[in-house]
Design a protein around this ligand. Structure first.
Ligand code: ASP
Length: 318
């Protein structure tokens, strides 16, 4: 079934990209394939008459299953060599929202956030209490080994050794962090956003980033836009990045493109490296970043469009 023009979908796989020089063709292909699979999963929902909320859930689940991305399977490690995941989801029509922080267990943290939104009576849950609630609610759990990958563990060991030696931090963005996220608009014009992350390599246990903070890393409001961010979460929280974009549209009449570009530029002045994907109430998605790259993609004119750095989008048929 052809999608109505009103449908929109964009995703990101984090602003922590492997530097251009270090990215071989095979690895780049794998990233493009992962992004493409997520876009197809989300688009299928929209084409079947599904909601934006379902579309972002499905797109993020695909990225959480893909070990290349820092969310779910493939999440980064804390200094204690544990994994603590954060996620959030929000629906623009009624500002329903769910968020979870510091958990390791649910195979799909985005589903954990959604379950909290739909069934818990709360918006934001964290740690052991959240895990116990989610387990009792019947969410799919996996053992810690499922989430762990050798290259993320190696990145932690290298970082701990560097800190112990006092050497300068020369890691690439890719060694440090990443996140996944999706934004969508469905046939009813409703918007949704979802974000999921392991945070930063060698973050302190207990540290929570912007991804699960409603209005910072995740936000959806049908009157303005839906936003999912990636980057230096502390700065995104301090500037309530996602809600700031929505407020500029609503109160100052800015276009999404202008508001997103201005906020990302302003964050850069405060050490807020990163980017975001967003969809407006009408019109195409916006994908912006102030880093050297951001794994990202959108669907347009029957084509899946994906990119990593500043190169032209790679376009493949749906
Ligand atoms: N924003 C994420 C966090 O602060 C990390 C990232 O996107 O790279 O946890």
């Amino acid at each position: 079934m052809p999608a109505l023009a009103i449908h929109a979908l964009a995703i990101h796989g984090g602003a922590g990209t492997i530097p251009v020089a270090g990215l071989d063709g095979e690895t780049a292909d794998a990233f493009h394939a992962g992004l493409g699979a997520a876009l197809r999963a989300g688009w299928l929902v929209l084409c079947g008459g599904g909601t934006a909320l379902d579309a972002v859930t499905e797109a993020v689940k695909v990225l959480e299953d893909d070990p290349l991305f820092n969310a779910g399977h493939g999440a980064v490690f804390t200094t204690a060599e544990t994994m603590e995941m954060d996620a959030a989801i929000m629906r623009g029509s009624d500002h329903a929202a769910g968020a979870v922080a510091g958990i390791c267990g649910p195979r799909h943290p985005v589903e954990a956030a959604r379950l909290i939104m739909e069934r818990s009576g709360h918006v934001f849950m964290a740690g052991a209490g959240a895990e116990a609630y989610l387990r009792d609610a019947g969410l799919e759990f996996m053992p810690p080994e499922y989430f762990a990958t050798a290259w993320r563990r190696e990145a932690l060991h290298q970082e701990l050794a560097r800190r112990a030696s006092g050497a300068a931090d020369t890691r690439s963005d890719a060694d440090r962090h990443g996140t996944v996220g999706a934004v969508a608009r469905d046939a009813s014009g409703s918007l949704a956003a979802a974000t999921s992350t392991g945070g930063y390599t060698a973050k302190r246990p207990g540290r929570i980033g912007d991804a699960p903070v409603i209005g910072a890393g995740t936000y959806a409001d049908d009157a303005s836009c839906a936003v999912s961010t990636t980057g230096n979460g502390e700065v995104f929280i301090r500037f309530t990045a996602a809600a700031e974009i929505a407020a500029r549209i609503r109160l100052a009449g800015q276009s999404l493109e202008r508001a997103a570009a201005d906020v990302i530029a302003a964050l850069a002045n405060h050490g807020g490296d990163g980017g975001l994907v967003a969809v407006p109430a009408e019109g195409p998605p916006v994908l912006v970043f102030n880093t050297s790259g951001m794994y990202r993609g959108f669907v347009a004119d029957g084509m899946v469009c994906t990119a990593i750095h500043q190169e032209p989008y790679r376009r493949t048929r749906l």
